[in-house]
Design a protein around this ligand. Structure first.
Ligand SMILES: N[C@@H](CCC(=O)N[C@@H](CS)C(=O)NCC(=O)O)C(=O)O
Length: 229
């Protein structure tokens, strides 16, 4: 039985979508990152990086959303072109573009725009510029195609979906006027029953909502050093 370590945020949502699309049997284990559960010793044995998502499949443990998507796609033979297919090279390129560009720049943009202390103008400018640039590349790519790669719905689309849901929070006012093709792609996936079920997972658990000092200490452990500088 697959155990899926989950928090209702962009990277875990990609994996929830795959599990639902593929109809796999799985147990959801909530990891409340605002309570610091990502730092628990038992969780660190599965993901030493102390982030969600993570997964166990029998004796196999794995972490990082895009690694999990590839693993599940290979395990099931779904949503990933076979080795040697030209579309597989394209898919891996776009998947890594989301993993190393869309995700980190969007995450840092949110951090500096919404949570960092002043002064932050330089950091906000850098990360909002890079987040917009990355979403602009995706928007242009989606302008003349329905799905990310090869005319079929794949794990590249699922990976984009995890973050696309948060675009208004990342980019701010007028986000969807800037990225209409990303919005069309998001709406198409949102309309899928598996996406509705993946989004609905959060209603099964009570995650901490307060972003109080304890939550900030759990999620931004670097701030501890500021007190001593
Ligand atoms: N590269 C990782 C990033 C994982 C990540 O940043 N997860 C966030 C949720 S989207 C998290 O668990 N944050 C809690 C923390 O930073 O303490 C992946 O794609 O899985």
């Amino acid at each position: 039985m697959i155990k899926f370590y989950y928090h209702p945020s962009p990277n875990p949502l990609k994996v929830a979508l795959f599990l639902e699309e593929a109809g796999l049997d799985y147990e959801t284990v909530p990891v409340d990152t605002r309570k610091g559960e990502q730092h628990a010793p038992d969780f660190l044995k599965i993901n030493p990086n102390a982030k969600t998502p993570a997964m166990t499949d029998g004796d196999t443990a794995l972490f990082d959303s895009n690694a999990i998507l590839i693993y599940l796609a290979e395990k099931t033979g779904k949503f990933l072109p076979v080795s040697g297919d030209e579309n597989r090279a394209q898919l891996l390129s776009w998947l890594m573009f989301v993993a190393t560009g869309i995700g980190p720049y969007s995450g840092q943009c949110v951090h500096f725009t919404h949570f960092a202390p002043e002064p932050k103008a330089y950091a906000v400018n850098r990360y909002s510029f890079e987040a917009e640039r990355h979403w602009g590349i995706l928007d242009a790519h989606l302008a003349d195609r329905e799905w990310m790669v090869g005319g079929a719905y794949t794990i590249a689309d699922m990976s984009v979906w995890g973050w696309a849901r948060a675009v208004p929070f990342i980019i701010g006012d007028g986000a969807w006027e800037k990225f209409p093709n990303v919005k069309r792609h998001l709406d198409a996936i949102n309309a899928r029953p598996a996406a509705v079920r993946a989004e609905g997972l959060k209603t099964r658990f009570e995650f901490k909502q307060d972003f109080d000092d304890a939550a900030k200490a759990a999620m931004f452990p670097q701030n501890e050093r500021l007190a001593t500088v």
